[in-house]
Design a protein around this ligand. Structure first.
Ligand SMILES: *Cc1c(COP(=O)(O)O)cnc(C)c1O
Length: 399
């Protein structure tokens, strides 16, 4: 089918929920993707931080093929081999003792919210249900996770939201302290705000948050949906900051492209959920777990990829800083960790995203004026050089 027909049909038959670019992507390998017209792109978006090992990594492809031939889905009424194996891998490599599988980031946060409430009720009685999260956070689009999200633009039109959420400025310990009440049961945070514009925590922020949680018997819940699975150069971002959470949520990179989310918790916290407390029909099904096992295996192999992510992330950062030096009035800031990097502009970033697309680079703009780069961890130095040259061209042309 030709491009025009495809786009017409897309608009005719699909909900109009995305501002899509007039491109149909049909094939991918590593950090490259191709559209239906045969044009090649370098992918610095990575399916929004999902394709952690790039497109169609051979180990993930083979794992999915093998599992698809053996067993695609069974109910959680039965034990599921790949699910057990994946849970064990996650537990062995994190703070957690227990894992619950679901299908997305929003669902993982939904489960975290429910777990925090149930845990608090069980241990401290009624009336303790409030969760403090941060302004500019993003936790998903379901009503619970949307209520936790600290951005009006996503919430407008869907009121009334779920009661029991408070929002405080990120990186503001005093504001967090001041917002704690008798009703508070947990704090929910992204270690690095992704959607909110790649905002990093100050050096001692998370340590202080942890201390305040301990002092007030609050659960610390980290939303690592975007930062987890090696994105920042450690398997989980909390490892950079000298803390461990009580609850963590994962999704995006977890399945290397397969849709899977997870809720992780310590034994004590996880025990608040009993048979019947929570469930998901598809959650942790054999197919997606096989993909996630393959993904984790590759990430953890020799720790090579995590080292590489830190190194190549630094290189990328340095090149972007040079761009900032060249365009100091337009580029306000370069910030990131590993391969989640934001380039803050003094203006709307969308024209830059469109120009990059035309030049053969997939990037994205978040929070209006922050170009966000979340390429696969297998991105090469020469790919980064190509993007930087293209960005220079674009800056020269647009600015
Ligand atoms: C993307 C994202 C979510 C939502 O994940 P979905 O799979 O789209 O539901 C939640 N939290 C963070 C930090 C995210 O980046």
């Amino acid at each position: 089918m030709d491009l025009k027909r495809l786009i017409e049909d897309s608009q005719r038959y699909l909900f109009n929920t995305y501002n899509r670019f007039p491109v149909v992507l049909v094939k991918g390998r590593g950090a490259k993707v191709w559209d239906s017209e045969g044009k090649e792109y370098l992918d610095f978006l990575g399916g929004v931080a999902v394709n952690i090992l790039g497109h169609c990594h051979p180990k993930i492809v083979v794992a999915i093929q093998k599992q698809a031939q053996r067993l695609i889905h069974v109910s959680n009424f039965y034990h599921i081999e790949p699910q057990i194996k994946l849970a064990k891998l996650l537990v062995k490599n994190s703070f957690a003792n227990k894992v619950f599988f679901c299908n997305s980031g929003a669902e993982a946060n939904e489960a975290a919210i429910k777990l925090a409430r149930k845990y608090s009720k069980k241990n401290y009685g009624d009336g303790r249900y409030e969760i403090i999260s941060t302004i500019n956070s993003f936790h998903g689009r379901t009503l619970g996770s949307l209520s936790a999200t600290g951005q009006d633009k996503f919430q407008k039109g869907f009121e009334p939201l779920l009661p029991g959420f408070k929002h405080v400025p990120f990186n503001d310990i005093e504001a967090l302290k001041a917002s704690i009440s008798k009703q508070t049961c947990a704090v929910l945070l992204e270690p690095i705000q992704g959607e909110g514009g790649v905002r990093l925590p100050s050096d001692d922020y998370l340590i202080n948050v942890k201390r305040i949680c301990n002092e007030n018997n609050l659960l610390l819940m980290l939303d690592e949906v975007q930062t987890g699975m090696g994105r920042t150069g450690k398997l989980f971002a909390y490892e950079h900051y000298g803390i461990t959470p009580d609850i963590m949520t994962l999704a995006k990179g977890l399945g290397g492209g397969a849709p899977i989310g997870a809720l992780l918790a310590t034994e004590k916290v996880a025990s608040a959920f009993e048979p019947g407390s929570h469930a998901s029909t598809f959650g942790g099904n054999p197919l997606v777990c096989a993909a996630a096992i393959a993904t984790l295996d590759v990430i953890l192999e020799d720790g090579y990829l995590l080292d590489y992510c830190r190194k190549i992330g630094n290189y990328f950062n340095e090149q972007l800083l040079k761009l900032k030096e060249k365009y100091p009035l337009i580029v306000l800031d370069v910030r990131g960790k590993g391969l989640i990097i934001g380039l803050e502009l003094d203006r709307d970033g969308m024209p830059y995203v469109k120009a990059c697309l035309e030049s053969g680079f997939l990037i994205n703009c978040t929070a209006g004026n922050v170009l966000r780069f979340t390429p696969p961890l297998v991105i090469k130095e020469e790919d980064i050089d190509k993007l930087i040259s293209a960005l220079k061209e674009v800056f020269k042309r647009i600015s």
